[in-house]
Design a binder for this molecule. Sequence first.
Ligand SMILES: [Mg+2]
Length: 310
Amino acid sequence: MSMRVLIADDLVVSRHLLEATLRKWSYEVVAAKDGNEAWDHLQRPDAPALAILDWMMPGLTGLDICRLVRKQNREPYTYILLLTSKNLKEDVVEGMEAGADDYVTKPFDQNELNVRLRAGRRIVELQAELLAAREELRVQATHDGLTRIWNRPAILDILQREIGRTAREGGPVSVIMLDLDEFKKVNDTHGHLAGDAVLCEAVRRIQSSMRSYDAIGRYGGEEFLVVLPGFDEAAACHQAERLRVAVARDPMKLSEGTVVVTASFGVTAGTAACGADPERLIHSADEALYEAKRAGRNRVMFAACKQPAP
Ligand SMILES: [Mg+2]
C-alpha cells in the first residue's frame, strides 16, 4: 500500500524536486507551500502520518509545526523529518528537542533521504499495527465473542452512564430484559451450533428494530439487556413489543432445520430523581420477565422500578 507523505517547502524548485523524488519511490504526496498550509493538512482526520517539513518557511516554521504536533499528541503518531539547509546552520539539536524525529540536510542526497524515509515509514507502520492490536483488545474486552454485542460488564457500564445522564439532564431511562423461550430445547434438539446460530439471528433481528442510541448486551446465556435512554414506561413497552415481533415473526432457517423462536420481555422504567440505579432497574425488569414467562412466554410485561426505602 502506498504511504501518504506531507511535504512542506516554500521554495517551489525544491518542493517540486522533493515531490517528484517521492512519487518516483511510490509515495503518495501531499504538498504544502508554507507552514500554515502544512499545519492545516496535519489537522485533518486523514492527515498523513509522515511529514517532511522545511525548517524555514513563512508563517509557521517547521520547528513551530513540530511543537504544535507534539503538543496535540494525537494518534496515530506523526513522524516528522525536518529539512535543514547546511549553510543556514540551523541547530539540529533544537529541531529534535522541538519534536522532530529526524532531519535531512538540503540539498538532499537521494540515498540518504530514501533510507531515512524508510525508517520513518517503519515506525509509522509499527505504530498502526500497535493501535489496531490495542483496538482489537478493547473490542474483545467489552464485547460478547459470539454475538459481537456488548458483554455484561460493558452493558452495565452503559446503563450506569445513562442513569448518570438522567441525573444531570432529567428524563427517564428504560431497560428491557429479554430471554429466548425454551432455548434449551434448541440446543438439545439441534445441537449447540444451532443454538449459537439462533442467538446470533435473534440479536440481528432485535438490532434491526432498535434505535441507534439504544444499547444491547448479552447478560447471560440466552438473556439480553437493552438500555433505552429517554424512554418512559409506555414507549419502552411499545419498543419491547416491536422487538418481540421481530424475533417471533418468521421461523429461523438453520442448516439443521427450521425453528420457531420466541422471547419473553420484562420492561421497567425509572428516573434518577426517583432513585433508579442499575441494580433496581435490573431487578424490576427481571421480575417482569419472570411474570412474562409465567403467563405463557412470548410476551411483554412491565414492572415499576422499585423505589428506595425512605
Ligand atoms: Mg524555506
